[in-house]
Write a protein that binds this ligand. Sequence first.
Ligand SMILES: O=C(CO)[C@@H](O)[C@H](O)COP(=O)(O)O
Length: 231
Amino acid sequence: MFRIAPSILSADFARLGEEVRDVVASGADWIHFDVMDNHYVPNLTVGPLVCEAIRPHTSAPIDVHLMVKPVDRIIPDFARAGANVITFHPEASDHVDRSLALIREHGCQAGLVFNPATPLHHLDHVMERIDVVLLMSVNPGFGGQKFIPGTLAKLRETRARLDAYERESGRHILLEVDGGVKVDNIGEIARAGADTFVAGSAVFGAASPTDPHRYDSVIAALRGELAKASA
Ligand SMILES: O=C(CO)[C@@H](O)[C@H](O)COP(=O)(O)O
């Protein structure tokens, strides 16, 4: 099963509740919520207050991607604000195992995020605490960047590793990809092993502001490519 997770980074922040409702009504599965701190990444976005503000607008899972350093002190706030999934970058945490445990103790699914140059060995010894692996296909900090083609090989390597873990443990871990995902490359990304797709500018860039069905066609097009990839 594939999940499409539009990133609100490219949404109209002045009408965020409506944007969230409309994109889910158009078929989005998750809402991807990018948190940037102007320290770990060179940009500044939103925090738990905004997560709490959009929570009543949808029952779809809110997938919080923490691009912050340090990570631990903000995790309980996001859990209380209604996050369902919380992911963070291993190099931004002093104690990766503790941060993963903290997320789960607060009732959320936990995940690690890998920048294009971050090695996969950060998965060693913590697989049993992980629900989601998120591979960045751009360097984090901004929407609208181009997909880095080397991500496809890294996806295949991660897929093999997650499949081997599932055979031995019976636990399924999601494999999410984020950055430069478009209608014309989502099929290839799915064939490389991803099952969850963050798309910011591809979805929210397709807007004509007043049409409540403005996201129907782009989400249908993304799903169409995913159906072809799994046929
Ligand atoms: O986390 C990030 C960027 O750091 C992403 O979630 C982007 O927001 C994806 O945007 P597009 O590349 O799809 O426009």
